[in-house]
Design a protein around this ligand. Structure first.
Ligand SMILES: C[S@@+](CC[C@H](N)C(=O)[O-])C[C@H]1O[C@@H](n2cnc3c(N)ncnc32)[C@H](O)[C@@H]1O
Length: 345
């Protein structure tokens, strides 16, 4: 069951930027888990050190850039998403409409069901924050972080306009999260890690933030299925945006179509990943496999009603066949697969 928020009461003070449950999960940027943060006027403050972190353009900012090898990629990806916030709202200004849309979408509806009630959730690379807002239903508290202030501004606008209490946002870099270790029940990075300079390393950073027994879900471009996008990227200049299945069948707003095309075919950085590669990341980080969407063919995943159900990962042969089959299915929609695991230690 989905519980919608009550309508805002004009006499009630507006929702704090970050709820107390989210605030309790934060630490000072670069600091240890013994540091915390509190709200002060237009800023966050660390009571232990006295350091003040002013909001930037109205957004809590705990961002530090990437040092060393990854700096160039992080900077280019940041500039891209500052200019092209994704996925953007485009008319979806009302929270009720957002809930209706999320509930009709089998993936987000199943994800909310899998998360359950009263959970603390971290969404890394939340973009413009629609999923963060949707998942705060059922009394969940959800922190969305992203490096793009342009995206976060749209997310916070929606929060303020709809007086949403349990979704909160902050500018952060996945490689330096101002978040305590073992703090969240669920950590999600949907369509994000493949835009970082080292997806495997980014995965290690986000897993640290999950409580033992908590769940991680990552959505990544598939190594087999994404080839179709690469081929289309060479043809799109000549044949036009209608060669993209999503533009042809689902997106009716021209501005939204433009954002999708930019994101799919002109992204400054992306990497592709296979099921076995991610299972390797799981093994390296003390995560056991739970499920995959779309499911691995010939495994219990095909019949699992809930996304976080425990299923078996199949054999290497089944995983190859599954990924080959994705060339005929998810390849036309961007080739994103989501894989779910549980942190054991
Ligand atoms: C394709 S968008 C995905 C947005 C959203 N998760 C979705 O599924 O619609 C990728 C997002 O990841 C963010 N991102 C990329 N690298 C990041 C990093 N190192 N730290 C935080 N966010 C990052 C980008 O700014 C962008 O908003």
């Amino acid at each position: 069951m989905i519980m919608a928020d009550v309508a805002p009461d004009p006499g009630r003070p507006s929702a704090p930027m970050l709820s107390d449950r989210i605030l309790a999960c934060l630490k000072a940027p670069g600091g240890g888990d013994e540091t915390g943060l509190e709200h002060i006027d237009g800023a966050l403050r660390c009571p232990e050190t006295g350091a003040v972190y002013p909001f930037v353009e109205g957004i809590p900012s705990l961002y530090t850039g990437t040092e060393g090898d990854g700096r160039d990629v992080t900077d280019r990806v940041k500039s891209f998403y500052e200019e092209h916030p994704f996925p953007s709202y485009e008319g979806l200004e009302d929270f009720g409409e957002l809930v209706a849309k999320g509930s009709r979408n089998p993936f987000s509806a199943n994800l909310l069901k899998a998360i359950g009630y009263n959970k603390v959730v971290l969404e890394c690379g939340c973009g413009t924050g629609q999923l963060t807002h949707f998942l705060q239903l059922n009394n969940n508290h959800v922190l969305g972080i992203d490096l793009s202030l342009g995206s976060l501004k749209l997310a916070v606008e929606h929060k303020v306009r709809n007086d949403l209490v349990r979704s909160g946002f902050a500018q952060m870099n996945i490689f330096d999260l101002a978040v305590k270790d073992n703090a969240f029940d669920v950590v999600i990075a949907h369509g994000v890690l493949h835009h970082t300079f080292d997806a495997r390393r980014a995965f290690g950073h986000i897993v640290r933030k999950i409580k033992p027994g908590g769940v991680v879900m990552v959505g990544l471009y598939n190594r087999y299925a994404r080839v179709a996008t690469r081929i289309r990227s060479h043809l799109i200049g000549v044949l036009g945006p209608k060669i993209d299945y999503v533009v042809r069948t689902r997106i009716h707003d021209p501005r939204k179509a433009e954002i999708w095309i930019k994101h799919q075919y002109h992204n400054p950085h992306e990497t592709w990943h296979s099921l076995d590669e991610v299972l390797g990341w799981f093994g390296d980080n003390g995560v056991e496999y739970l499920n995959c969407s779309p499911p691995i063919l010939g495994t219990g995943g095909e019949d699992a009603p809930v996304l976080f159900d425990e299923t078996d990962p199949g054999t290497a042969y089944q995983r190859v066949i599954t990924q080959l089959s994705w060339i005929g299915t998810i390849a036309r929609e961007g080739a994103l697969f989501d894989i779910v695991g549980r942190k054991t230690g």
